[in-house]
Design a protein around this ligand. Structure first.
Ligand SMILES: Nc1ncnc2c1ncn2[C@@H]1O[C@H](COP(=O)(O)OP(=O)(O)OP(=O)(O)O)[C@@H](O)[C@H]1O
Ligand SMILES: [Mg+2]
Length: 345
């Protein structure tokens, strides 16, 4: 066990000897002699403090030494007070700078959300007209189409539909970032919601030669959720799983009641696809962010899906958990409260 060093004025006040020489109480030679005396004492096994050496050698008396030490403590204290004051001022300055930067950032974010909201609403109106006329063309209400014209109308309709769903996502995103995601919480039948979401992605999965599985524990029934938004969440997670899994892979949507949280259904979308590096998991929830943002990127999309998924899950009072291993696969899960039989919880 190490013993604590004795706290003495000489330890607290550095360079006592130098100060005594500077104030003329000691000559440089006397200081040198005292230092040698101190060293000798230490070598013989009796270490002494420097002040003690001055007294034993008759260079100073105790009251003079004490006075000198007190003076040094006073100057040290005032230096400390000054340094503290300076530090506080700098911290204050930095805090103000950071607060200003944060305010600017918030304003910019608000501007971005407003811009997205306005532009998306402006885009939606003409697109509705386009889609309306496409439908008329497709139904041949405006005249019979040749096979080539039919094909052209089909392709255009598909593209316009994609555009519409992107615009709807943007509107949802701008609402979420303005805190306007108003949920309609009701008891929702989870098994039918899950089957519908799987059906929605089935053709894409088949095209990518990916098998889809649904695994629902028998206790899974009604959950307390916003039906439209949670089904959107499931579709986003399933679309990601299908998109980031190689042909021959598997995607599974499961729901179970964990014994440690019997009030909730844990929903999980798991794949055995390309996975995500653990250090990059946080990034995937940033809006407009894709892990591969290179010009040669392989996968389509805008990077909006998971940002919105997170907002919606959060608005349900829930939290998303990501488990992913590069080249092995990804599992994304979140709990939803079970709806009580007599209505909304
Ligand atoms: N199941 C997954 N496996 C591997 N990487 C994933 C998975 N899900 C998401 N990611 C990564 O997270 C990024 C963000 O996902 P997100 O759904 O937000 O955007 P996106 O799918 O690229 O575009 P969008 O959903 O807007 O069409 C993806 O680009 C991808 O890099
Ligand atoms: Mg996505």
């Amino acid at each position: 066990m190490t013993t604590k060093p004795l706290i003495s004025p000489e330890i607290l006040v550095p360079r006592l000897g130098d100060q005594l020489v500077e104030t003329g109480l000691l000559t440089a030679r006397q200081l040198q002699q005292a230092l040698e005396y101190q060293e000798k004492s230490a070598n013989t096994g009796y270490p002494i403090l420097l002040g003690q050496a001055f007294i034993e050698m008759g260079f100073l008396d105790r009251p003079t030494l004490d006075r000198a030490v007190t003076e040094q403590i006073m100057s040290l204290r005032s230096a400390l007070v000054d340094a503290n004051r300076g530090l506080e001022k700098r911290v204050q300055q930095r805090t103000t700078e950071l607060e200003n930067a944060l305010r600017q950032l918030e304003e910019l974010n608000q501007l971005k959300a407003n811009f997205i909201a306005n532009v998306s609403h402006e885009l939606r109106t003409p697109l509705t007209h386009i889609l309306g006329y496409m439908e008329l063309l497709q139904s041949e209400a405006l005249g019979e189409l040749t096979p080539d014209q039919k094909k052209a109308v089909d392709v255009s309709t598909r593209s316009a539909n994609r555009l519409q769903s992107l615009i709807n996502d943007l509107i949802l995103f701008s609402m979420a970032s303005r805190g306007e995601l108003n949920l309609v919480l009701r008891p929702v039948n989870f098994p039918s919601l899950a089957s519908a979401a799987l059906e929605y992605v089935r053709s894409r999965a088949e095209a990518g030669k990916i098998s889809l599985q649904l695994s629902l524990a028998p206790q899974v029934g009604q959950v307390n959720a916003d039906q439209e938004k949670i089904s959107w969440v499931l579709i986003q997670l399933l679309e990601n799983a299908v998109k980031f899994t190689r042909p021959g892979g598997k995607v599974r949507l499961s729901a179970a009641v964990e014994p440690k949280s019997p009030d909730a259904v844990t929903v999980m979308v798991a794949d055995n696809g390309i996975g995500i590096h653990p250090e990059r998991v946080k990034e995937i929830f940033q809006p407009f962010y894709q892990l591969d943002s290179s010009a040669t990127r392989q996968y389509g999309g805008t990077g909006l899906g998971l940002a919105l998924v997170q907002e919606i899950v959060k608005a349900h009072g829930s939290i998303i958990i990501v488990n992913s291993v590069p080249d092995k696969g990804t599992a994304i899960s979140f709990p939803l409260l079970i709806a009580k039989r007599d209505g909304v919880q």
